[in-house]
Design a protein around this ligand. Structure first.
Ligand SMILES: *Cc1c(COP(=O)(O)O)cnc(C)c1O
Length: 376
């Protein structure tokens, strides 16, 4: 029997059957009440995941479109500080450089951000701070509450990429003081790829740029979003909205605290497996940084190659991720986002353990360690 591959990469993630089915129906009018109600209901549920009462709009485009919308509307021609300790932090800095004046504060991938250097830049007049909350490329969680606090102290705007934290880890946009936050559909929400959601607080709306892009004009999103029925400025990816709506129903059925606890338990189990194997976790932490609860990055032991490891795992029909850019061949990453649970994790870890041992790494029993964590 032909089996579907199991995607255990940090997005896209497996999409539940109910969510896929929602995409297959006949077209509906995107200016009608049914679409408006689905859009409104998605925003209601997503706000609970963002921890916000701010306005939230959904863009047809992947997570990067949401990042660009944030920059292009709220950071244009401004002094931007970009905190970088991985691939997506670099991307935020690159987007920023298209619209504003970026100072990149770079740390080695997977190592702590320099909050002291950030404060100096803010003192020197930086107006916007960008940071990736969960740096998927390196498996590190960056200190969003601390960065929000510093940003507020100097009256700058904080634009946060929450693409792989929102929906899988605790995010409190309002309580922390994040001004703009972004999520993508294909990560912790377990929806198909192609939508981004962006929440914008009052401090950011007050500073929206006069000169804005056309397609990603947040003032236009706001105007259409406040109408009855709720609409988007241009024709949205309607089937993806309907799929996201079903994914939101599943999120509500599970409950947000339970969903976050499940994501934590899954990441804990992967880390327990790494310890059991004797494989090193990639990030280097300090008191302000933590391991990611949605993507675990581990070093590939020297006795085997990336191809040995991931190629063998793939023979079982399971895909895990390698490293990006200079980390290619040096690390591997297991995503634990969306709707997956113990079944998928145990299969993945068993395949990894088999590969490690097959190519001469004397791995301990990581599967056993993980199983204990999964049962709680
Ligand atoms: C996946 C991801 C993105 C968005 O990437 P797209 O390919 O545009 O969806 C942004 N930030 C982080 C941290 C991500 O993991």
């Amino acid at each position: 029997m032909e089996q579907e591959p199991l995607l255990m990469i940090p997005g896209p993630v497996p999409v539940p059957q109910r969510v896929r089915a929602a995409m297959t129906r006949q077209a509906i009018n995107h200016r009608g009440p049914e679409f408006g109600a689905a859009y409104a209901d998605c925003t209601r549920v997503l706000k609970t995941l963002f921890g916000t009462d701010n306005e939230l709009y959904i863009i047809s485009g992947s997570g990067s479109a949401g990042m660009e919308a944030g920059i292009a509307n709220f950071a244009r021609d401004r002094k931007i500080v970009s905190l970088v300790n991985g691939k997506f932090g670099e991307r935020f800095a690159k987007i920023g450089a298209r619209y504003g004046n970026v100072t990149s504060l770079e740390s080695e991938w997977g190592t702590p951000l320099d909050l002291g250097a950030l404060e100096q830049e803010l003192e020197a007049g930086a107006e916007v701070v960008t940071m990736v909350h969960n740096e998927t490329s390196a498996g590190i969680k960056n200190p969003a509450p601390e960065v929000a606090k510093l940003t507020r102290k100097y009256d700058a705007l904080f634009l946060m990429d929450g693409v792989t934290s929102i929906g899988g880890d605790d995010v409190q946009m309002d309580r922390w003081g994040v001004d703009i936050a972004v999520v993508g559909s294909q990560k912790c929400l377990a929806a198909p790829a192609g939508l981004a959601a962006i929440a914008v607080g009052d401090r950011a709306w007050d500073r929206i740029s006069e000169k804005r892009p056309f397609y990603l004009d947040m003032a236009a999103y706001r105007k259409s979003g406040k109408g009855t029925p709720m609409e988007t400025p241009y024709t949205p990816a309607v089937p993806l909205f309907l799929a996201l709506h079903e994914a939101c129903r599943m999120i509500e059925e599970e409950g947000v605290p339970a969903r976050i606890a499940r994501h934590r338990r899954m990441a804990d189990s992967i880390r327990a497996a790494a310890k059991g194997w004797g494989v090193d976790l990639f990030p280097k932490l300090d008191a302000h940084h933590a391991y990611s609860n949605t993507a675990t990055a581990m070093r590939i032991p020297g006795v085997l190659t990336d191809k040995d490891l991931r190629g063998t795992v793939k023979q079982f029909g399971i895909e895990i991720a390698g490293g990006q850019d200079h980390l290619k061949g040096r690390i591997f990453r297991i995503g634990t986002m969306g709707g997956v649970g113990a079944q998928e994790i145990l299969a993945t870890l068993a395949a990894v353990q088999y590969a490690l041992r097959k190519f001469g790494f004397e791995a301990g029993d990581g599967v056993e360690a993980a199983a204990g964590v999964l049962l709680g």
